[in-house]
Design a protein around this ligand. Structure first.
Ligand code: FAD
Length: 291
Protein backbone atom coordinates (compact mmCIF):
# COMPACT_ATOMS: atom_id res chain seq x y z
CA UNK A 1 0.00 0.00 0.00
CA UNK A 2 1.26 3.45 -0.86
CA UNK A 3 2.09 5.99 1.88
CA UNK A 4 -0.62 8.25 0.51
CA UNK A 5 -3.25 5.57 1.17
CA UNK A 6 -1.79 4.62 4.57
CA UNK A 7 -2.14 8.21 5.83
CA UNK A 8 -5.65 8.53 4.40
CA UNK A 9 -6.63 5.76 6.83
CA UNK A 10 -6.58 5.71 10.61
CA UNK A 11 -4.10 8.01 12.33
CA UNK A 12 -1.81 8.25 14.24
CA UNK A 13 0.25 5.81 12.19
CA UNK A 14 2.95 3.69 13.84
CA UNK A 15 5.99 3.03 11.65
CA UNK A 16 9.39 1.54 12.46
CA UNK A 17 12.88 1.49 10.97
CA UNK A 18 15.56 -1.15 10.48
CA UNK A 19 19.05 -0.83 9.04
CA UNK A 20 21.11 -3.33 7.01
CA UNK A 21 24.06 -4.83 8.88
CA UNK A 22 27.62 -4.40 7.61
CA UNK A 23 28.29 -5.98 4.21
CA UNK A 24 29.99 -9.13 5.56
CA UNK A 25 27.40 -9.77 8.32
CA UNK A 26 24.57 -12.18 7.52
CA UNK A 27 21.03 -10.79 7.36
CA UNK A 28 19.63 -13.25 9.96
CA UNK A 29 19.83 -10.62 12.73
CA UNK A 30 17.77 -8.05 10.85
CA UNK A 31 15.18 -10.65 9.86
CA UNK A 32 14.93 -11.77 13.50
CA UNK A 33 14.35 -8.12 14.46
CA UNK A 34 11.69 -7.81 11.74
CA UNK A 35 9.84 -10.92 13.06
CA UNK A 36 9.61 -9.21 16.46
CA UNK A 37 8.74 -5.77 15.07
CA UNK A 38 5.93 -7.25 12.95
CA UNK A 39 4.11 -8.20 16.19
CA UNK A 40 3.64 -4.47 16.83
CA UNK A 41 1.58 -4.27 13.60
CA UNK A 42 3.33 -1.20 12.19
CA UNK A 43 1.75 0.39 9.12
CA UNK A 44 5.15 0.20 7.45
CA UNK A 45 8.80 -0.49 8.21
CA UNK A 46 11.52 1.58 6.55
CA UNK A 47 14.93 0.21 5.57
CA UNK A 48 17.86 2.63 5.63
CA UNK A 49 20.42 3.01 2.84
CA UNK A 50 24.10 2.64 3.73
CA UNK A 51 26.00 5.89 4.32
CA UNK A 52 27.66 7.27 1.21
CA UNK A 53 25.36 5.24 -1.03
CA UNK A 54 26.67 1.85 0.12
CA UNK A 55 24.64 -1.33 0.78
CA UNK A 56 22.05 -0.53 -1.85
CA UNK A 57 21.59 -4.23 -2.66
CA UNK A 58 20.91 -5.03 0.97
CA UNK A 59 18.30 -2.30 1.31
CA UNK A 60 16.42 -3.67 -1.69
CA UNK A 61 16.79 -7.27 -0.44
CA UNK A 62 15.50 -6.45 3.05
CA UNK A 63 12.64 -4.28 1.76
CA UNK A 64 11.67 -7.01 -0.69
CA UNK A 65 11.71 -9.67 2.05
CA UNK A 66 9.56 -7.43 4.26
CA UNK A 67 6.98 -7.18 1.50
CA UNK A 68 7.06 -10.66 0.01
CA UNK A 69 7.88 -12.85 3.02
CA UNK A 70 6.71 -10.95 6.11
CA UNK A 71 3.74 -9.23 4.46
CA UNK A 72 4.79 -5.91 6.02
CA UNK A 73 4.66 -2.73 3.93
CA UNK A 74 8.22 -1.51 3.33
CA UNK A 75 9.59 1.96 2.67
CA UNK A 76 13.06 1.79 1.10
CA UNK A 77 15.45 4.67 1.78
CA UNK A 78 17.39 5.78 -1.31
CA UNK A 79 20.24 8.31 -1.38
CA UNK A 80 21.70 9.99 -4.47
CA UNK A 81 25.12 11.09 -3.15
CA UNK A 82 27.85 9.86 -5.50
CA UNK A 83 25.25 8.38 -7.88
CA UNK A 84 24.75 8.62 -11.60
CA UNK A 85 21.27 8.53 -13.08
CA UNK A 86 21.71 5.00 -14.45
CA UNK A 87 22.64 3.66 -10.99
CA UNK A 88 19.51 5.27 -9.52
CA UNK A 89 17.48 3.77 -12.37
CA UNK A 90 18.83 0.31 -11.54
CA UNK A 91 17.72 0.58 -7.93
CA UNK A 92 14.31 1.93 -8.94
CA UNK A 93 13.94 -0.98 -11.34
CA UNK A 94 14.84 -3.51 -8.61
CA UNK A 95 12.43 -1.90 -6.16
CA UNK A 96 9.63 -1.90 -8.70
CA UNK A 97 10.26 -5.56 -9.60
CA UNK A 98 10.02 -6.48 -5.91
CA UNK A 99 6.64 -4.77 -5.62
CA UNK A 100 7.93 -1.99 -3.35
CA UNK A 101 5.76 1.11 -3.60
CA UNK A 102 7.34 3.55 -1.12
CA UNK A 103 10.68 5.34 -1.15
CA UNK A 104 12.25 7.78 1.32
CA UNK A 105 14.24 9.85 -1.17
CA UNK A 106 17.35 11.49 0.28
CA UNK A 107 20.40 13.40 -0.70
CA UNK A 108 22.64 11.42 1.67
CA UNK A 109 25.96 12.41 3.21
CA UNK A 110 29.33 11.82 1.52
CA UNK A 111 31.33 8.88 2.92
CA UNK A 112 32.78 9.79 6.33
CA UNK A 113 36.30 8.72 5.38
CA UNK A 114 36.31 11.04 2.33
CA UNK A 115 36.18 14.63 3.66
CA UNK A 116 37.05 16.04 0.19
CA UNK A 117 34.31 14.10 -1.57
CA UNK A 118 33.46 15.93 -4.80
CA UNK A 119 29.71 16.13 -5.44
CA UNK A 120 30.07 18.16 -8.63
CA UNK A 121 29.95 14.97 -10.72
CA UNK A 122 26.76 13.70 -9.06
CA UNK A 123 23.68 13.76 -11.28
CA UNK A 124 21.49 14.87 -8.36
CA UNK A 125 22.62 17.56 -5.96
CA UNK A 126 19.61 17.79 -3.67
CA UNK A 127 16.89 15.36 -2.65
CA UNK A 128 14.36 17.61 -4.43
CA UNK A 129 16.08 16.81 -7.77
CA UNK A 130 15.96 13.07 -7.05
CA UNK A 131 12.29 13.34 -6.09
CA UNK A 132 11.23 15.21 -9.22
CA UNK A 133 13.20 12.67 -11.31
CA UNK A 134 11.46 9.68 -9.67
CA UNK A 135 8.05 11.34 -9.97
CA UNK A 136 8.58 11.94 -13.70
CA UNK A 137 9.75 8.38 -14.36
CA UNK A 138 7.90 6.05 -11.97
CA UNK A 139 4.85 5.54 -9.82
CA UNK A 140 6.29 5.37 -6.28
CA UNK A 141 4.88 7.16 -3.26
CA UNK A 142 7.66 9.40 -1.98
CA UNK A 143 8.66 10.43 1.52
CA UNK A 144 11.42 12.90 2.36
CA UNK A 145 13.47 13.96 5.37
CA UNK A 146 12.77 17.05 7.50
CA UNK A 147 14.84 18.72 10.19
CA UNK A 148 13.00 20.32 13.15
CA UNK A 149 16.28 22.02 14.20
CA UNK A 150 17.28 22.82 10.60
CA UNK A 151 19.68 20.69 8.55
CA UNK A 152 23.25 20.78 9.91
CA UNK A 153 24.75 22.13 6.63
CA UNK A 154 22.27 24.97 6.19
CA UNK A 155 23.45 28.19 7.85
CA UNK A 156 19.89 29.57 8.26
CA UNK A 157 17.16 27.37 9.70
CA UNK A 158 14.44 29.25 7.81
CA UNK A 159 16.30 28.72 4.52
CA UNK A 160 16.38 25.00 5.24
CA UNK A 161 12.61 25.03 5.71
CA UNK A 162 12.18 27.00 2.46
CA UNK A 163 14.20 24.25 0.75
CA UNK A 164 11.93 21.75 2.51
CA UNK A 165 8.83 23.43 1.06
CA UNK A 166 10.37 23.29 -2.43
CA UNK A 167 11.20 19.59 -1.88
CA UNK A 168 7.64 18.78 -0.80
CA UNK A 169 6.29 20.60 -3.85
CA UNK A 170 8.10 18.10 -6.10
CA UNK A 171 5.54 15.47 -5.04
CA UNK A 172 6.24 14.35 -1.47
CA UNK A 173 3.50 12.37 0.32
CA UNK A 174 5.13 12.19 3.76
CA UNK A 175 7.87 13.87 5.79
CA UNK A 176 9.81 11.95 8.42
CA UNK A 177 11.88 14.06 10.78
CA UNK A 178 15.37 13.69 12.06
CA UNK A 179 15.51 12.55 15.70
CA UNK A 180 15.03 15.21 18.38
CA UNK A 181 14.60 15.03 22.14
CA UNK A 182 12.58 18.11 23.02
CA UNK A 183 9.00 18.11 21.72
CA UNK A 184 8.84 21.92 21.83
CA UNK A 185 11.33 21.97 18.96
CA UNK A 186 9.02 19.78 16.88
CA UNK A 187 5.87 21.78 17.70
CA UNK A 188 7.62 25.03 16.75
CA UNK A 189 8.87 23.52 13.47
CA UNK A 190 5.38 22.19 12.71
CA UNK A 191 3.78 25.58 13.28
CA UNK A 192 6.23 27.35 10.98
CA UNK A 193 6.24 24.88 8.09
CA UNK A 194 2.45 24.46 8.16
CA UNK A 195 2.29 28.26 7.89
CA UNK A 196 4.60 28.04 4.87
CA UNK A 197 2.13 25.70 3.16
CA UNK A 198 3.71 22.29 3.85
CA UNK A 199 0.53 20.24 4.02
CA UNK A 200 1.58 16.58 3.79
CA UNK A 201 1.66 14.37 6.94
CA UNK A 202 4.74 15.02 9.09
CA UNK A 203 5.89 12.19 11.30
CA UNK A 204 8.45 12.68 14.08
CA UNK A 205 11.39 10.30 14.05
CA UNK A 206 12.15 8.98 17.54
CA UNK A 207 15.33 7.19 18.51
CA UNK A 208 15.41 5.62 21.98
CA UNK A 209 18.63 6.26 23.87
CA UNK A 210 19.97 3.09 25.44
CA UNK A 211 23.71 3.65 25.33
CA UNK A 212 25.55 6.86 26.24
CA UNK A 213 28.36 6.43 23.71
CA UNK A 214 26.02 5.53 20.87
CA UNK A 215 23.77 8.55 21.32
CA UNK A 216 26.67 11.00 21.60
CA UNK A 217 28.05 9.61 18.34
CA UNK A 218 24.68 9.88 16.58
CA UNK A 219 23.96 13.47 17.68
CA UNK A 220 27.49 14.53 16.77
CA UNK A 221 26.89 13.23 13.23
CA UNK A 222 23.40 14.58 12.64
CA UNK A 223 23.58 17.81 14.63
CA UNK A 224 20.52 17.23 16.86
CA UNK A 225 20.69 18.93 20.26
CA UNK A 226 20.39 17.21 23.62
CA UNK A 227 18.23 19.00 26.21
CA UNK A 228 19.58 19.37 29.80
CA UNK A 229 17.49 16.50 31.21
CA UNK A 230 18.87 14.17 28.54
CA UNK A 231 22.46 15.27 29.21
CA UNK A 232 21.96 14.70 32.95
CA UNK A 233 20.50 11.25 32.27
CA UNK A 234 23.34 10.24 29.94
CA UNK A 235 26.00 11.37 32.43
CA UNK A 236 24.23 9.77 35.40
CA UNK A 237 23.96 6.32 33.82
CA UNK A 238 27.08 6.36 31.62
CA UNK A 239 28.62 3.48 33.61
CA UNK A 240 25.43 1.58 34.25
CA UNK A 241 24.10 0.19 30.93
CA UNK A 242 20.99 -1.47 32.41
CA UNK A 243 19.89 1.73 34.20
CA UNK A 244 20.72 3.75 31.07
CA UNK A 245 18.49 1.51 28.99
CA UNK A 246 15.62 1.74 31.49
CA UNK A 247 15.90 5.53 31.66
CA UNK A 248 16.16 5.77 27.85
CA UNK A 249 13.00 3.71 27.38
CA UNK A 250 11.13 5.85 29.92
CA UNK A 251 12.33 9.02 28.17
CA UNK A 252 11.16 7.72 24.78
CA UNK A 253 7.75 6.70 26.17
CA UNK A 254 7.22 10.14 27.73
CA UNK A 255 8.39 11.90 24.59
CA UNK A 256 6.17 9.88 22.24
CA UNK A 257 3.18 10.16 24.58
CA UNK A 258 3.59 13.95 24.53
CA UNK A 259 3.57 13.88 20.73
CA UNK A 260 0.55 11.56 20.52
CA UNK A 261 -1.38 13.70 23.00
CA UNK A 262 -0.67 16.67 20.74
CA UNK A 263 -2.35 14.90 17.80
CA UNK A 264 0.62 14.06 15.54
CA UNK A 265 0.03 12.24 12.23
CA UNK A 266 2.12 9.30 13.42
CA UNK A 267 5.43 8.32 14.99
CA UNK A 268 8.40 6.68 13.31
CA UNK A 269 10.39 4.72 15.90
CA UNK A 270 14.00 3.78 15.14
CA UNK A 271 14.82 0.97 17.61
CA UNK A 272 18.22 0.16 16.02
CA UNK A 273 17.21 -3.39 15.06
CA UNK A 274 16.18 -4.24 18.62
CA UNK A 275 12.61 -5.49 18.60
CA UNK A 276 12.54 -5.79 22.41
CA UNK A 277 13.30 -2.07 22.73
CA UNK A 278 10.44 -1.16 20.37
CA UNK A 279 8.07 -3.52 22.20
CA UNK A 280 8.85 -2.04 25.61
CA UNK A 281 8.26 1.47 24.27
CA UNK A 282 5.04 0.72 22.42
CA UNK A 283 3.60 -1.24 25.35
CA UNK A 284 4.16 1.81 27.56
CA UNK A 285 2.10 4.11 25.34
CA UNK A 286 -1.53 4.98 25.55
CA UNK A 287 -2.42 5.15 21.87
CA UNK A 288 -5.17 7.72 21.25
CA UNK A 289 -8.41 6.95 19.46
CA UNK A 290 -7.88 7.08 15.74
CA UNK A 291 -8.54 10.34 13.89
P1 FAD B 1 18.31 17.73 1.04
O1 FAD B 1 16.85 17.89 1.20
O2 FAD B 1 18.85 17.71 -0.35
O3 FAD B 1 19.02 18.89 1.86
C1 FAD B 1 20.42 18.85 2.09
C2 FAD B 1 20.93 20.26 2.37
O4 FAD B 1 20.84 21.04 1.18
C3 FAD B 1 20.12 21.01 3.42
O5 FAD B 1 21.01 21.81 4.16
C4 FAD B 1 19.19 21.89 2.59
O6 FAD B 1 18.79 23.07 3.28
C5 FAD B 1 20.08 22.22 1.40
N1 FAD B 1 19.32 22.49 0.17
C6 FAD B 1 18.29 21.77 -0.33
N2 FAD B 1 17.86 22.33 -1.48
C7 FAD B 1 18.64 23.41 -1.71
C8 FAD B 1 18.70 24.39 -2.74
N3 FAD B 1 17.86 24.37 -3.77
N4 FAD B 1 19.64 25.36 -2.64
C9 FAD B 1 20.53 25.40 -1.60
N5 FAD B 1 20.52 24.50 -0.61
C10 FAD B 1 19.58 23.51 -0.66
N6 FAD B 1 21.32 9.05 5.19
C11 FAD B 1 21.73 7.90 4.59
O7 FAD B 1 22.87 7.84 4.08
N7 FAD B 1 20.94 6.78 4.54
C12 FAD B 1 19.69 6.78 5.05
O8 FAD B 1 18.98 5.77 4.99
C13 FAD B 1 19.20 7.98 5.70
N8 FAD B 1 17.96 8.03 6.22
C14 FAD B 1 17.51 9.21 6.78
C15 FAD B 1 16.20 9.26 7.28
C16 FAD B 1 15.72 10.43 7.86
C17 FAD B 1 14.31 10.48 8.39
C18 FAD B 1 16.56 11.57 7.97
C19 FAD B 1 16.06 12.82 8.63
C20 FAD B 1 17.85 11.53 7.47
C21 FAD B 1 18.34 10.35 6.86
N9 FAD B 1 19.64 10.27 6.34
C22 FAD B 1 20.07 9.10 5.74
C23 FAD B 1 20.56 11.41 6.45
C24 FAD B 1 20.48 12.34 5.23
O9 FAD B 1 20.91 11.68 4.08
C25 FAD B 1 21.37 13.55 5.53
O10 FAD B 1 20.83 14.31 6.58
C26 FAD B 1 21.68 14.44 4.35
O11 FAD B 1 22.70 15.37 4.75
C27 FAD B 1 20.51 15.29 3.86
O12 FAD B 1 19.62 14.56 3.15
P2 FAD B 1 18.23 15.26 2.64
O13 FAD B 1 17.57 14.28 1.76
O14 FAD B 1 17.50 15.80 3.77
O15 FAD B 1 18.88 16.46 1.76
Amino acid sequence: MKLKEIFKGERPVLSLEVFPPKQDTPLDGVFKAISGLKELEPSFISVTYGAGGSQKGRTVEIASTLKNHYDVEPMAHLTCVGQKTNAVDEVLEDLEKSGIENILALSGDPPRDQPDFDRSKDDFKYASELISYIKRKRDFSIAAAAYPEGHKDCPRILSDWEHLKHKVDQGVDLLVTQLFFDNRIFFHFLEIVRGMGVNCPIVPGIMPVYNAKQIKRIVSLCGASMPPEMLIMVDKYADSPEDMKKAGIEYAINQIQGLLDHGVDGVHVMPLNQASLAKEIVSGLSWPDHK
